[in-house]
Write a protein of this length. Structure first.
Length: 240
């Protein structure tokens, strides 16, 4: 699985051809409707899921009623692995985790028991290898999401992202590949909060134009300056 840096900035696991397709027959098929919320619960604590089609976002609901967008998962991705693996070793359950569908999603669900079955592990090293890789990448992405949401203001977060993409592509024309709503979710803020930050940067000449899925940098030096400033913690969006 080759994942360009762009997907880390978007907090999105891209589509992939999963090795688990070879064992779909031992799983159970289920269809979730669009905008459905699947909550972590005791009923699915010892299960993990494979996304056959569609996409799902992982949210973490906070005690104060707000929520934090963590990661978007597309076709070929797995989720629920950590809980399924740890099921027999702890009674802790992360009930604050919520899986939200962006469209009708076709899933295959599997018992976590197979992940602790030595015979299964020996017979399917390709699947175990893929699970390890997916979990490692998701850990990087989740760590980045929590770090940004808890330690950076949205203007600073936006400038840091813009500066990274500028340095990576050596171009002032920045293509994000996601909408402003998705970017706001990525930063854990309302879209209006992101729009205010972008408007301020435009007024200051830091960026000169904004499109539906990108923007143009006007002043790299000032962009670098704002990226290095700390102006408070990022907000978390209220639960819809």
């Amino acid at each position: 699985m080759d994942i360009p840096a762009q997907f880390f900035y978007q907090a999105t696991m891209p589509k992939s051809e999963s090795a688990i397709k070879t064992i779909l027959s031992i799983g159970s098929e289920c269809i979730l409707p669009k905008h459905y919320d699947l909550y972590a619960s005791d009923q699915i604590a010892n299960m993990f899921f494979y996304i056959h089609s569609g996409s799902i976002s992982i949210y973490h609901d906070m005690p104060d009623g707000k929520t934090l967008h963590i990661l978007k998962l597309c076709q070929g991705n797995l989720f629920g692995i950590s809980g399924a693996l740890a099921y027999q070793f702890t009674n802790y359950r992360c009930y604050e985790v919520r899986y939200h569908t962006h469209s009708a999603v076709k899933l295959y669900k599997f018992s976590g028991d197979i992940l602790r079955d030595h015979n299964f592990i020996m017979e399917h090293p390709d699947i175990i290898s893929e699970i390890l890789l997916q979990q490692s990448i998701k850990t990087f992405m989740m760590h980045n999401a929590f770090t940004q949401a808890n330690s950076e203001a949205v203007l600073q977060s936006f400038c840091r992202l813009a500066l990274r993409l500028y340095k990576e592509n050596q171009s002032k024309d920045v293509f994000l590949g996601i909408s402003q709503t998705e970017l706001a979710n990525r930063f854990g803020v309302h879209r209006t909060t992101l729009n205010r930050a972008i408007r301020k940067l435009k007024d200051l000449g830091v960026i000169t134009a904004c499109t539906r899925d990108g923007f143009v940098i006007g002043d790299v030096d000032r962009l670098s300056f704002f990226a290095a400033q700390a102006d408070g913690g990022a907000k978390i969006v209220p639960h819809p």
